[in-house]
Design a protein around this ligand. Structure first.
Ligand code: FAD
Ligand code: AMP
Length: 475
């Protein structure tokens, strides 16, 4: 192996592997070092996203949704099932198959792009030298013109509720259960807590989610969060807000979680607990004290608006730097940094990063919420459209939820789009493109949408901003 590359990337998650591919597309030589090994001890590219995050969670969300719909909804379609059964081992094997296929795919993409993929740990030394320690073998020094740090994040542990891999698990553990727990406790009603809680509830668990904050999904638009909360309650998800978990006690049949809210102390008894209270950046063992890369007080690598660190020609992207911990945010940073290294002009608009929660109904948004615009003193107008009036949503038996479009009073430019409803995560793409091109509400209004599609709800919400919705009464 050559010990000198134009670029060395440390971390092959969606930030690092995308950066490596883009660097290679520029004709530069690149090595990508990644430490991930599977439970079977096999190296696996793809990071948290492919191995233990986005992809396995979506695989289980899909399977559990199908099971739940077969159980609860098929009757409405006139479809009878005499005996519905659940083969969790087969469900998990399907998930594992998808993960393996996609992770192997990253290795194939590396090969096709001439990228040197290295399994083991990377450590940044002074003067852009990287110490590469293979899982088995001697460490070696690699020199690089540029280094991109993309080491991602790991789950935060609650001191009062330490992980034990059996009754108290993190998100990765919750993707691996080999039996449906009768009673499942989830700590944290963020994106991960809601998604994993939904998976096991659909498969039959009695799920209680304890959330320290008083407001449900504080980062989402309030109207959308309220509608989502109403739907989750109808489904039987027990979400307790303002509930701060204080202690854990192991009992004969499981664990007891003690929490406090404004009414005092309470406890719940469950078989298993998923702790989903956030993630923290991974920098342990990554930075030699003399490498010149600064880390902020929360442990994130310090970067400017184009992901330059405090050390020359060292960049950092993805979950290990500020901003939302989302795969597509890190990937886009990877593209931007690779383009800058290649001498191109590049930047990215952090205000137009979509967020998606893959519950049922899905929740998705991009841009500003009403609360953010009010706080910033921007005059805005809103339009909404309920999926209840969408023919496609009704045909799908998914008429709950709404689309909301928020625009600037002065310029008509779209400032935010918020959706709770069927395939919201797909629908938000139209809003992202519109906002990327600084579209006005009128642009969306005059765009022809296929019929009958869910996208008509986005169209109608845009029309509703000017009280011109066709399939709703404009107030
Ligand atoms: P990672 O994916 O964490 O990859 C970093 C890689 O670097 C890892 O392979 C790690 O082993 C390696 N590494 C660390 N240190 C070293 C070192 N010193 N040397 C070599 N290698 C090292 N995001 C979404 O956008 N959509 C979703 O639907 C979604 N669902 C999620 C569901 C779950 C359950 C979880 C946990 C996360 C989810 N996320 C989702 C978040 C998403 O997974 C992360 O934002 C994303 O993986 C971050 O990418 P990254 O490349 O920065 O880091
Ligand atoms: P996220 O950061 O989106 O993964 O969400 C994590 C959630 O966990 C946040 O909504 C936090 O408010 C919540 N949380 C953090 N600590 C606790 C705790 N001790 N008890 C209950 N919820 C918590």
């Amino acid at each position: 192996m050559s010990s000198k590359f134009d670029v060395v990337v440390i971390g092959a998650g969606p930030a690092g592997y995308v950066a490596a591919i883009r660097v290679a597309q520029h004709g530069l030589s690149v090595a990508c070092i990644d430490a991930w090994v599977t439970d079977q001890g096999e190296p696996s590219f793809g990071g948290t996203c492919l191995n233990a995050g986005c992809i396995p969670s979506k695989a289980l969300l899909e399977s559990s949704e199908l099971y739940h719909r077969a159980k609860v909804d098929f009757g409405k379609h006139g479809i009878g099932i005499r005996e519905l059964s659940l083969d969790l081992a087969a469900m998990q094997a399907r998930k594992e198959g998808i993960v393996r296929q996609l992770c192997t795919g990253i290795g194939a993409l590396f090969k096709a792009n001439g990228i040197t993929g290295l399994s083991g740990r990377g450590r940044l030394l002074p003067e852009n030298k990287v110490e590469y320690s293979p899982h088995d073998g001697e460490s070696e020094l690699i020199e690089a013109e540029h280094v991109i740090l993309a080491t991602g994040s790991e789950p935060v542990e609650l001191p009062a509720v330490p992980f034990n891999g059996t009754t108290v698990v993190d998100s990765a553990g919750a993707l691996e259960f080999d039996a449906v727990p009768e009673r499942l406790g989830v700590i944290g009603a963020g994106v991960i807590g809601l998604e994993l809680g939904s998976v096991w509830q659909r498969l039959g668990a009695d799920v209680t989610i304890l959330e320290a904050m008083d407001q449900f999904l504080f980062m989402a638009d309030e109207q959308i969060a309220r509608e989502a909360q109403r739907q989750f309650k109808r489904q039987g998800l027990d979400i307790r807000l303002g509930a701060r978990v204080r202690a854990l006690e192991t009992t004969g049949s499981g664990v007891r979680l003690a929490y406090e809210d404004t009414h005092g102390g309470h406890d719940i008894s469950v078989d298993r607990v998923v702790v989903a209270v956030g993630r923290k950046p991974c920098t342990e063992g990554l930075l030699d004290p003399l490498c010149g890369v600064a880390v902020d007080e929360r442990g994130f690598i310090d970067v400017d608006n184009v992901c330059r660190t405090t050390a020359g020609n060292v960049w950092a992207i993805g979950d290990v730097v500020r901003g939302p911990m989302l795969a597509h945010k890190g990937s886009e940073e990877g593209v931007m940094v690779a383009d800058l290294i290649a001498g191109e002009v590049a930047s990215m608009d952090y205000d137009i990063i979509p967020s998606v929660i893959y519950t049922s109904p899905e929740i998705a948004w991009v841009g500003k919420t009403e609360a953010e615009l009010k706080a910033g003193g921007t005059a805005f107008k809103t339009g909404t459209f309920n999926f209840a009036a969408s023919g496609r949503a009704q045909a799908m038996d998914q008429g709950a939820g709404l689309v909301k479009v928020i625009s600037c009073v002065e310029t008509d430019q779209i400032l935010g789009v918020h959706i709770v409803g069927p395939l919201a995560g797909e629908l938000i793409g139209e809003a992202v493109v519109a906002m990327e091109f600084q579209a006005s509400t009128e642009d969306l209004q005059r765009t022809i949408h296929g019929h009958p599609t869910l996208t008509e709800a986005v169209h109608e919400a845009a029309l509703s901003v000017d009280k011109r919705a066709i399939h709703a009464i404009n107030h």
